[in-house]
Design a protein around this ligand. Structure first.
Ligand code: XMP
Length: 569
C-alpha cells in the first residue's frame, strides 16, 4: 500500500476525488480481504495502472461536477469495460459525464436518510449485466449475510428479493441527480425523493448517492461486498501477512543495502514501523533513534528501550535533548507555533545526530506516518483534502525537502490505527505496546495549554500516569474481562493554564486545573465522549488531587469530535 506496488495482485482501484471518506472505502474493502489501491481522481488510466484491477470505485468529493473545481476522471474509465461503482460525487460524475443532469439541492442532506430499494422487472437485454444487477442487489437484502455474499453462496436467481427493501443510508450531499443519464435506471430512492441507487441497463456501472463506507450506513459493508464479490468477481485473499510480504519486497528493492533511520516516538505507529523494518530488512542496516524531549510520558524512555531491544534492534540511539526542546518552546503559547518549533527541532536534531552517526547521504529516513496524519494535514491522496491541523511529522519544510529528494519512506501511510495494531501483533510487538493509546508527536507540549515548563511537564506526567494506571486496573462495566483502558480509544490528561482555589486541611490552596479526556473512536477521524462510570471518574479524580499536590481541581471533557478535536491544541 502507499508506495508498495501490488504487482499481479488482483485489486479494486479507487479514484479519489477528495472526499474525507475515500480511505474508508479502501479500508472496508481491504477488511473484506481484497486489496485496494487509491489514486488521484484524474490520474491517467494507463495499461499498467489497470493491470490486475477488477473494478473501479469513484469516490465522493467536496466539489460539484458542474464547477471547474470538480475533478474529471480519465475518459478511459468509461471505455475500459471494468465494473464501476460511483459513490456520491462518483455517481454524479458518471451521470454528468454520460449526459444526465446534476443540480444543487435547496438544502444539503446530511446524516441518516431512509432509502427504499426495489428490484425492477427487466427484459434480459444483457444477461451478463442482468446477473450482476441481481448479485449487486443482494447487498441490500437483509436476509443475506456478508459471509454468503463473500463466498458467492447466493445464486443469482435466489438473490433477487421480492418487494422493496428499506434501510437507513448515510448521506452527505449538496447536489442531486435531476435527470439520469441515458441507459441508467433508478433502483432506489430516498425518503426525500432523490435517486439513491442507480444502475446502467447494459454497462457494468453502479451508483449510490449515499456512503456505504461509513459505519452508520445500514448494510453498507454488505453493499460494498456485493459490488466487490458479486459484480467484480473478486476473491478474498489479501491479508496483513501478504501486506508484510509486499512491504518487504518493496523495501528491499528501494533501500538496497543503504542504512535506514527511523525516529521512534514511543507510540504504537513508530514502534510497529520499527518492528516492520527489523523483520523485513537486515537489523544491521536499521538505525532507530529516540529523542527524550522531556515531553514524553512517564517512564517512556525505559519502555522504548526494552521493547526495541526485544524486537532485535542492534542500533538504538537514545538522544537526551530535554533541555534543548524545553528551551526552544519556552515562552511560546500559540499551539501551531509550538507544533512548528517542535517539528523543526525534531528534524534539526535528527540531521545533526545523523551527521554525528556518520550515516551516508544515501541513507533513508522512515516515518511511522499513518493515513489519518496525512489527511488531516491536507496531504491526502486527493489533492483537495482540507487542511485541519499541521502534524509535525508531515508539515515541516525540511521533511518536504527530504521527500523531494526521494529519501522518505512511510511504510504505514495507507493504514489506519487498528490495522497498524493488527500488523504489530503479527510482527510480535508486545501486547502492552500494541494496545497503547495514540500519543501525538509533539507530546505533552500540546497537552499543556499555553506555556510549557519543566515543572508543568512533571505535574502532567504524574497525573497522566495515575489516570492511565487506574484505567488499566479498573474493569469495564460492560465486560469483566476487559479493563476501562481497552474500552477507550484514547485517554489522557490535559493541564490547563488556570489555577483555582481549593482547601487542603484548613489551608487555602491555589492549584492547577486538570482536564481528563477519554474518547471512543474507530480511527481518530471522529470521536465520541466515553460515557465514564461516575464512580470511577470520582475515585480517579480524588486519587489525582490527593497524590499530585499541585493539582487542585479535576474536570472531565465532554466534547465530541467534531466540533472539538481529540487533543486540546
Ligand atoms: P486531533 O486532535 O487532531 O487528533 O483530533 C487526532 C489523533 O491524532 C493525534 N495527533 C497527533 N499525532 N502528531 C501525531 O503523530 C501530531 O502532531 C498529532 N496531533 C494529534 C491525536 O492524539 C489523536 O489520536
Amino acid at each position: 500500500m502507499g508506495k508498495v506496488k501490488s504487482g499481479s495482485t488482483t485489486r479494486i482501484l479507487i479514484l479519489d476525488f477528495g472526499s474525507q471518506t475515500t480511505q474508508l472505502i479502501g479500508r472496508r474493502i481491504r477488511d473484506l480481504g481484497v486489496y485496494t489501491e487509491i489514486i488521484p481522481g484524474d490520474a491517467p488510466l494507463e495499461e499498467k495502472t489497470l493491470a490486475g484491477v477488477q473494478g473501479i470505485v469513484l469516490s465522493g468529493s467536496p466539489e460539484s461536477v458542474y464547477t471547474p473545481e470538480g475533478t474529471v476522471p480519465d475518459k478511459g474509465v468509461y471505455a475500459c469495460g471494468l465494473p464501476l461503482l460511483g459513490i456520491c460525487y462518483g455517481l454524479q460524475r458518471m451521470t454528468f459525464d454520460q449526459g444526465g443532469l446534476v443540480e444543487p439541492l435547496p438544502k444539503r442532506e446530511y446524516g441518516g436518510v431512509g432509502v427504499t430499494v426495489s428490484a425492477r422487472e427487466r427484459q434480459g437485454e444483457n444477461p451478463e449485466q442482468e446477473g450482476r444487477i441481481r448479485r449487486f442487489l443482494t447487498g441490500f437484502d437483509s436476509s443475506v449475510s456478508i459471509d454468503n455474499i463473500i463466498e458467492g453462496k447466493m445464486l443469482p436467481e435466489q438473490s433477487l428479493f421480492r418487494g422493496p427493501r428499506t434501510f437507513t443510508a448515510w448521506m452527505s450531499h449538496g447536489d442531486t441527480l435531476t435527470r439520469l443519464a441515458p441507459g441508467f435506471l433508478e433502483y432506489g430512492v430516498s425518503v426525500t425523493g432523490f435517486p439513491a441507487v442507480v444502475i446502467h441497463n447494459t454497462c457494468p456501472w453502479f451508483g449510490l448517492q449515499f456512503h456505504p463506507e461509513v459505519t452508520h450506513c445500514e448494510r453498507g459493508t454488505a453493499i460494498l461486498a456485493a459490488f466487490v464479490f458479486g459484480v467484480c468477481g473478486c476473491k478474498p485473499g489479501w491479508t496483513m501477512e501478504k501486506y508484510v510480504e509486499e512491504v518487504r519486497v518493496s523495501l528491499v528493492s528501494r533501500v538496497g543495502n543503504n542504512p535506514v533511520l527511523l525516529l521512534i516516538s514511543g507510540g504504537v505507529d513508530s514502534t510497529v514501523a520499527g518492528a516492520l523494518l527489523l523483520k523485513t530488512l537486515d537489523p544491521e542496516q536499521v538505525h532507530l533513534m529516540y529523542m527524550d524531549t522531556g515531553l514524553m510520558r512517564k517512564d517512556e524512555t525505559k519502555t522504548v528501550e526494552t521493547t526495541l531491544m526485544r524486537l532485535g534492534a542492534r542500533h538504538l540511539h537514545i538522544i537526551h535533548c530535554e533541555t534543548e526542546f524545553l528551551s526552544a518552546i519556552r515562552g511560546l503559547t500559540d499551539p501551531e507555533t509550538k507544533r512548528k518549533v517542535i517539528g523543526d527541532l525534531f528534524i534539526t536534531v535528527e540531521e545533526r545526530e545523523l551527521r554525528r552517526l556518520g550515516l551516508p547521504d544515501s541513507s533513508f529516513i522512515v516515518q511511522g506516518t499513518l493515513y489519518t496524519d496525512l489527511i488531516e494535514s491536507g496531504k491526502g491522496v486527493g489533492k483537495k483534502a482540507h487542511i485541519i491541523k499541521s502534524h509535525h511529522n508531515v508539515g515541516s519544510p525540511l521533511v518536504d525537502a527530504k521527500r523531494k529528494a526521494g529519501r522518505i519512506i512511510e511504510p504505514l501511510d495507507r493504514l489506519y490505527k487498528d490495522e497498524v495494531r493488527r500488523l504489530g501483533r503479527i510482527l510480535g510487538v508486545d501486547e502492552e505496546v500494541v494496545r497503547r493509546h495514540p500519543f501525538p508527536g509533539p507530546g505533552l507540549a500540546v497537552r499543556i495549554l499555553g506555556e510549557v515548563t519543566r515543572e508543568k511537564c512533571e505535574i502532567l506526567r504524574e497525573a497522566d500516569a495515575i489516570y492511565i494506571e487506574e484505567l488499566k486496573r479498573r474493569r469495564s462495566p460492560g465486560s469483566q474481562d476487559r479493563c476501562l483502558y481497552d474500552e477507550i480509544w484514547q485517554a489522557f490528561a490535559v493541564l490547563l493554564p488556570i489555577r483555582s482555589v481549593g482547601v487542603a486541611g484548613d489551608v487555602r490552596k491555589y492549584g492547577w486545573v486538570l482536564a481528563l479526556r477519554a474518547i471512543t473512536s474507530a480511527d481518530g477521524m471522529t470521536a465520541d465522549v466515553y460515557p465514564f462510570p461516575p464512580r470511577d471518574l470520582l475515585e480517579i479524580s480524588t486519587l489525582i488531587t490527593n497524590t499530585v499536590k499541585d493539582i487542585g481541581r479535576v474536570t472531565y471533557d465532554i466534547s465530541s469530535k467534531p466540533p472539538a478535536t481529540i487533543e486540546w491544541e
